[in-house]
Design a protein around this ligand. Structure first.
Ligand code: TIU
Length: 222
């Protein structure tokens, strides 16, 4: 067992061979101008600052031999997997499926739906397309994790309170021991990120744990 002694709310023990890293939706559509995040009115520049952290985290997880799953929120070109409620909500400058500067917004195969190059999947890593916020909804994730014998999940990516938190909650209900890497996740709203970290680890880790990349790295090297 490896142990992150200074995880919050208390030490996180994890069997390295049964632990996977899930990196949520590090896509151009969320991190770069002209994509889905910006159409919703967000300052997408906020998210770019975790890219170096995600790069470091991937290096740590790869060195430890952990399975790595990269998710992408996207939809089929015919939008058959996009509920009208999702497409029609609010007053975005472009809706899902509309043509934008990085191709059709949040559509599978379009440049905007790609993971940003510096944190892209390496050969052998899993890339999981998902139509919802949670990575378990309408995907094969549970089967993939069970076939790998995974019991513990480390999480990173964007946005903290939307797709990351939804997926952590889904994973928690499925019995996984979940830890969110604090400096490898970001939100368009600083207060939402900090509230999400607080919510996850409140009440004795009601949903899971949080820790830094450095604390994870130290746990893997002792
Ligand atoms: N809008 C927002 O904060 N997030 C999303 O729509 N998707 C993800 O979090 N990936």
């Amino acid at each position: 067992m490896a142990v992150i002694a200074d995880a919050l709310p208390f030490a996180y023990e994890f069997p390295v061979a049964k632990t996977a890293l899930i990196v949520i939706d590090m896509q151009r559509d969320f991190l770069e101008p002209g994509g889905f995040g910006e159409t919703l009115g967000n300052d997408v520049g906020r998210l770019a600052r975790i890219i170096p952290g995600v790069v470091s985290l991937l290096r740590v997880a790869r060195a430890a031999g952990m399975p790595i799953i990269h998710t992408r929120e996207n939809h089929a070109p015919d939008l058959s997997d996009c509920p009208p409620a999702k497409r029609n909500r609010g007053n975005p400058s472009l809706r899902i499926g509309d043509p934008g500067p990085m191709g059709r917004i949040l559509v599978r195969g379009e440049p905007g739906a790609d993971i940003v190059e510096s944190v892209a999947a390496l050969p052998g890593e899993i890339v999981l397309d998902k139509p919802g916020k949670g990575a378990f909804y309408a995907t094969d994730l549970q089967n993939i994790l069970q076939s790998l014998g995974i019991t513990h999940l480390l999480f990173a990516g964007v946005t903290t309170e939307v797709c990351v938190q939804t997926t952590i909650r889904e994973a928690n209900d499925r019995g996984y021991e979940c830890l969110l890497i604090e400096d490898a996740t970001e939100s368009y709203f600083a207060s939402f990120k900090s509230a999400t970290l607080d919510m996850i680890r409140a009440q004795g880790g009601i949903v899971g744990w949080t820790a830094t990349i450095d604390a994870l790295s130290r746990a893997l090297h002792t």
